[in-house]
Design a protein around this ligand. Structure first.
Ligand code: JFE
Length: 246
């Protein structure tokens, strides 16, 4: 899977060569291209912003550099992802959708955003590109770079082979299946007693059925306490007879 990022702060993406993303690159599972938008700003000062039509505070990113850059970077069938506070919510489901794309191109805006004609141009059916304006949460960042790092990490781990055998997306919170829409339950490792605190005995019983039941109970309890909105989404059909006893 190919990720291309266009930004005026390419240094934000140095972390992509670290950890699991770096290893996945070495194994040819992922490839990244980080591009400085100013390479496509041809005036002497490499200008990428200007004052907003209609007045108002701040600056808006000019369409010309974006058009030149995206024309060079986008390939047929790519998805253009534009982080914005007002976008569709980025969720695990959306991450799964994006993971199916051969190329994701991320447009990192700054200032008050990118001239809206850029998204309109590439949204037209003749562009051959799908445009997603996405928000990672109801708070306002200073630009798209941090949101892109979040999305790249969430999408990359869904690409087959990126996670080692020791990790699995199937047990994720929000992963499709029985634990979908439940938050993670508690996790434990050695030592068996730490500062007087013991590991729940069921986890060392070797009884896999009881362990699975205990884990679901704990996930349900934590979801009810921390994310009751998710429990409502689960609905009665998502709860079995035992669950309703809780
Ligand atoms: C566009 O409207 C804006 C209004 C006020 C400030 C800004 C700042 N800004 C610029 C580019 C940009 C890209 C993404 C985000 C963003 C995404 C999420 N989830 N929060 N914030 C914020 C961005 C933009």
């Amino acid at each position: 899977m190919r990720f291309d990022i266009i930004t005026i702060f390419p240094e934000y993406f140095t972390p992509l060569s670290a950890s699991l993303l770096g290893k996945a690159q070495d194994r040819g599972l992922l490839s990244f291209g980080v591009h400085d938008l100013r390479e496509w700003a041809y005036d002497r000062h490499r200008t990428v912003d200007d004052t907003p039509y209609g007045g108002g505070p701040g600056m808006v990113m000019k369409p010309e550099p974006w058009g030149q850059a995206l024309d060079d970077v986008l390939t047929p069938g790519a998805r253009l992802v534009v982080p914005t506070p007002s976008g569709r919510r980025f969720t695990q489901k959306v991450a799964g959708e994006l993971a199916a794309s051969p190329q994701l191109v991320f447009a990192c805006g700054r200032y008050e955003g990118i001239d809206s004609r850029v998204m309109a141009h590439y949204s037209s059916p003749s562009s051959g590109v799908e445009v997603d304006e996405l928000s990672i949460g109801d708070y306002v960042l200073a630009g798209g770079e941090v949101a892109v790092l979040v999305m790249i990490e969430a999408v990359s781990r869904l690409v087959p082979g990126v996670l080692g055998n020791a990790e699995s997306v199937s047990d994720d919170s929000f992963a499709p299946g029985r634990m979908e829409n439940l938050v993670e339950g508690p996790v434990y490792t050695k030592p068996p007693v730490w500062r007087g605190l013991e590991v729940p005995q069921v986890l060392t019983s070797g009884h896999h059925g009881r362990i699975a039941r205990w884990r679901r109970d704990e996930a349900l309890r934590r979801t009810a306490a921390l994310r009751p909105d998710l429990l409502a989404r689960l609905g009665r059909e998502g709860l079995d007879k035992h669950d309703r006893r809780l």
